[in-house]
Ligand binder design. Sequence first.
Ligand SMILES: [Fe+2]
Length: 288
Amino acid sequence: MKRTVYVFIVSENGLLWERFLQGRRNQRADLEGPFYVLGSPYRTLSPGKAVLASNEDFKEPANHPFVFTLQILSPSQQPLPNTTIDIWQASTVGEYYFKMYRLRGKCVTDADGKVEILTVAPGMYGPKGHERAGHFHLKISPPSTGIEGLTTQVYVCEGNNAKWLKTDFLNAIRKTRTQNILRAYSVPPSSPTTSETEPYMSFPPLQSTTIPMSTSLSTQESDTDHNKKQVDDHEKEEQKIKRLVESVKWWNEWLDEQCEEDAETTESREDRLKVWACGEDVLELNYV
Ligand SMILES: [Fe+2]
């Protein structure tokens, strides 16, 4: 009992955590919070794919399907396959569950160090004026003993805007984790008549068309490095969008199949069960 109390005080004391513990070692770390439950089951569907939300979650019309893609890299930026990710989150209306491991589970990265997780968008929760933006909690355990695991939270903010982190009551004990905001995209409806046309949570729409290059490229020779970086970033963004478009297409087909098998899931919702939004994040671990 004494040890449990000691571990809680040391690991979740924001000042210690930020100055001496993981908050200092890895800028993407975040506090574990009090809602972690040990022993959640694996949610693997196939290599690199996992389903965290259950039929029960999808039947709730307030829950909005979300695909969260995560890539785990080694300290030398190599993909880390076979890394276990223990993930837990609130529902879209900001509710945590403590029975039956609902919206809790483990998944494993594939050969590219990636895993796509079909779940529901996490909602805001907390006392009025001190709300926390929706987020995924993650405990990442790499297979290699020379690499340190990571506990963190990845935030889903309306419009991908950091202002939604301002009220976070954890800001009182550690710096605001703006670096942990997921860049999320809304998935436009396949037909304008099937759903609302406003982008979900004001996220930029996921479009497979070529993204226009920024017009701010300089012609000055001294800015060549800067321009090259801009071009590289632009290409990376285009590649990411293409991956996400393919991923959403795959998951929408999977959801269609599930709905055919379980008509009840579809009947309980007025909207077609489809992915509303998605995002991809990359986390780099540290050496021990
Ligand atoms: Fe939380």
